[in-house]
Design a binder for this molecule. Structure first.
Ligand code: GN1
Ligand code: MG
Length: 340
């Protein structure tokens, strides 16, 4: 416990110091620092917001609270994640220039890093679709775009080109095959620049591990990781599900030959997402879903490779070449999808 002593002054601001039983780091996500705080009767999730990436943490928290409060008024049928208030009635606390927030840990739940079967794909996709569906008439003007251009794939492509021209020769050499492949997929950008899609409240990180499942019943309980709630195009939410649900191995796997779309999972998640939306998608959205998946996986490969070329300044890595591995992994997935 002593290694977490620095967290006590923060927890104190949520009035929690005395009853803490255990603090343990949660190794999830590439961006924020996360801890589980066990109290005598309940548990909490404490997070330090990465302000290098979320430059407007106040806006991030405002989005989360506004959306949560709105869902309450709509009688949204699942758990709603809302931050615990500090002693000063704030949604976060600032300690030595760092932004910290606390969420209740929803008990008897678990997350999964891979989709185990079609039912899980259906249920999780339904949950993301339903979440967005309940937000259909959310007053969009109140929602901040906390990371501008988050899913501007054309801009991501330009940033990739810049990274290629600025990177070290040795790094470029290691990444050459991956670079060449991604350059050939530039054509994927064409349609997105020509079509106009409705602006929705999008989650922007619809990974399988952002749905909490009940440990006993297996039912979906809650949508989590709301940092990237923003106005956006739902094709990327659909795409991120295809990206993370359909392969049997996650984005860190080097088992490239086995990074493939599982068609039955794709089918189940598509059905689940459409069911969650209850038929409210426009025709264009519905017919563009597969294109959205291609674009999202392409974008993610660009982002990982760009970060590798830039020297790993964005995503947390355990080893230097991890972002290159992730990029190659995503390229395999994209190739498998494009063959369908
Ligand atoms: C980041 O930190 P995490 O894992 O929730 C990233 C997503 C990427 C994802 C790749 C704000 O999310 O966009 O899809 O890594 N979030 C941000 O795993 O950039
Ligand atoms: Mg996230």
């Amino acid at each position: 416990m002593s290694q977490f002593i620095h967290l006590y002054p923060i927890l104190q601001q949520f009035q929690f110091e005395s009853k803490i039983d255990l603090i343990e780091p949660i190794e999830i996500g590439h961006i924020n620092q996360t801890y589980k705080v066990n109290m005598d009767r309940s548990s909490f999730v404490l997070q330090k917001i990465n302000t290098q990436i979320f430059k407007q943490p106040v806006e991030v928290m405002s989005n989360i609270v506004m959306v949560g409060e709105f869902l309450k008024t709509k009688n949204y049928p699942k758990e709603i994640l809302l931050p615990t208030q500090s002693v000063d009635n704030q949604n976060f606390v600032v300690v030595e220039d760092s932004y910290w927030r606390l969420f209740p840990f929803i008990s008897n739940t678990q997350t999964f890093n891979e989709v185990i079967n079609e039912e899980m794909a259906f249920v999780a996709a339904f949950t993301f679709g339903e979440y967005a569906n309940y937000l259909q008439d959310f007053p969009m003007e109140g929602l901040f775009e906390t990371i501008p251009n988050f899913h501007n794939t054309a801009l991501r492509f330009d940033q990739f080109l810049t990274a290629i021209s600025h990177t070290k020769v040795s790094r470029k050499k290691k990444a050459q095959r991956a670079i060449d492949k991604l350059l050939t997929y530039q054509y994927l950008l064409k349609d997105i620049s020509q079509l106009t899609f409705p602006i929705r409240v999008t989650h922007n990180d619809t990974k399988i591990n952002n749905v909490l499942f009940d440990k006993t019943t297996g039912k979906a309980v809650c949508v989590i990781d709301l940092d990237t709630l923003m106005p956006g195009n739902l094709l990327y939410d659909f795409g991120d599900m295809v990206r993370t649900f359909t392969p049997a191995l996650d984005e860190n796997s080097e088992d490239y030959d086995n990074i493939q779309v599982r068609p039955a999972i794709l089918d189940a998640l598509t059905k689940g997402y459409l069911a969650g939306w209850g038929g409210a998608l426009t025709k264009l959205e519905e017919t563009s879903l597969m294109y959205g998946a291609q674009l999202t996986i392409f974008e993610q490969a660009l982002r990982f490779l760009t970060d590798f070329l830039n020297g790993n300044i964005y995503y947390k890595v355990a080893k230097k070449e991890q972002n290159l591995v992730r990029a190659k992994n995503q390229i395999c997935l994209l190739e498998s999808l494009l063959k369908m």
